[in-house]
Design a protein. Sequence first.
Length: 272
Amino acid sequence: MATYAIGDIQGCCAELKKLLSQIHFNPAADRLWFVGDLVNRGPNSLDVLRLVKALGDAAIIVLGNHDLHLLAVAAGTAKIHRNDTLQEILSAPDRDDLLTWLRAQRLIYRENKFVLLHAGLLPSWTVAQAQQLASEVETELYGQGYVSFLQHMYGNKPRIWRDDLPGFDRLRVITNAFTRMRICTAAGEMDLKFKAELQNIPAGYYPWFDVPGRANADAIIICGHWSALGLKITPNVIALDTGCVWGGALTAIRLEDRKVFQVPCTSSRTEP
């Protein structure tokens, strides 16, 4: 039995199938951990959702910002962007089943020393606290009032966490940290517009995983979301977004021995 973590797919189903063939994935014995952003910008988001959903218990999924965007568009609380590739899902006969399944997925998954999430963790959060906070959003997203949550999900403020934050401000900060954050200050103030390379980080900010003394540094965190960062493997961080949808590669890592597997993108795209 092996566990493979896989980076941002974003609708690149052909590459995903090639990657599963390369690792000789056996759904009866192996498991796949997906870092989120299953959909959008790539050509075959519907096929990706159907494939991953069909894996059942062989797959663990955490939600990314593009997955949440799909849910918001489907609920009528957000508009399709110029470069979105979501219409095939929205028009599919099984759309409701797929979207209900997607709403039931996690923001964070912990197993032993490994923690799976899409973007990052704020420096003040322990993993246990992060799990509790994620459950607040997960409950809203799968509850009857999920449309109201999606209506209030977007926005860059508040930029910093406080334990006493109420209501939708609280849920928005939690969601932004898990699904959008790349950099923050030592105090945990997020810059949610930044998506460039490490050398371009503004003064006073750190990659979230390099904040000195972060409370979650004892975990091995597996994430994606930051294509400009690329593949990064350290003792405590495994970042797997290698920009397949932008002409890079789709990456998997076998957690038992950290062996890396990659499939190049089959068609080059230009990031907007």
